[in-house]
Design a protein around this ligand. Structure first.
Ligand SMILES: C[S@@+](CC[C@H](N)C(=O)[O-])C[C@H]1O[C@@H](n2cnc3c(N)ncnc32)[C@H](O)[C@@H]1O
Length: 205
């Protein structure tokens, strides 16, 4: 039985208070399976497609906007996906408190907000030190998967990962390629280019 039956079965997102009860995100799942993380999952379209294909993997989707997290959690519940938890929160705070080190076999981050103005640069998810934080969350053979429509941000992120020797760019697993996100569908319909990169962790820790 789920440790948080009311939250998950009602299709509500997991809160910090819920996480406090169970300790960390591992405590959200009764069935212990490999774990993956999506940062900024939005309305959950990617997880809906991908988690349905991978029932033997547990997924945590993190979304900072409550109204959007509620939409994602409700879709997950309607789809009957018992291997997905939507957490309402800021990824930075969750990393500090509720995401265990070396616990995730993959991290997905699709269409992160680019914050193009210089005065907003601090709000970007990808800045100096970010790949090292992802490294600390991943299992030794873990993956980081990225997609964006912003060419300049994509280039910046590639440079950040190049400076982190634990990661090597690699072709993503086949089953990932055609699982689209909500923003991606919209951008593709508008004919916008999409930039994708996957990085494989090569270290032993
Ligand atoms: C451009 S949207 C992309 C949503 C989804 N990944 C997609 O491709 O359809 C970026 C999402 O990331 C969320 N987000 C941005 N910064 C975040 C943070 N620090 N922690 C958690 N979520 C964040 C935003 O609220 C937003 O829903």
């Amino acid at each position: 039985m789920d440790k948080l039956p009311s939250a998950t079965h009602a299709g509500a997102p997991i809160s910090y208070a819920d996480l406090e009860q169970v300790g960390d995100v591992l405590g959200l799942f009764t069935l212990k399976q490999p774990l993956e993380l999506e940062i900024g999952c939005g309305r959950g379209d990617f997880l809906l497609a991908y988690a349905a294909r991978k029932p033997n993997v547990n997924f945590v989707g993190v979304e900072r906007k409550l109204v959007i997290a509620r939409k994602a959690a409700s879709k997950v519940a309607r789809a009957g996906l018992t291997n997905v938890r939507i957490v309402h929160g800021e990824i930075e705070y969750l990393v500090e408190r509720y995401l265990p080190a070396h616990a995730f076999q993959a991290i997905h981050c699709y269409f992160p907000d680019p914050w193009p103005k210089k005065r907003h640069a601090k709000r970007r998810l990808f800045k100096t030190g970010a790949p090292q934080i992802f490294d600390s969350l991943l299992t030794p053979d873990g993956w980081f998967h990225l997609r964006t429509d912003v060419a300049a941000y994509f280039d910046t992120i590639l440079v950040l990962f190049e400076a982190c020797p634990t990661f090597q760019r690699a072709a993503p697993p086949d089953e990932l390629v055609d699982c689209l996100t909500g923003f991606e569908r919209r951008f593709l319909a508008e004919g916008k280019p999409i930039y994708r990169a996957s990085f494989k962790k090569m270290s032993s820790s």
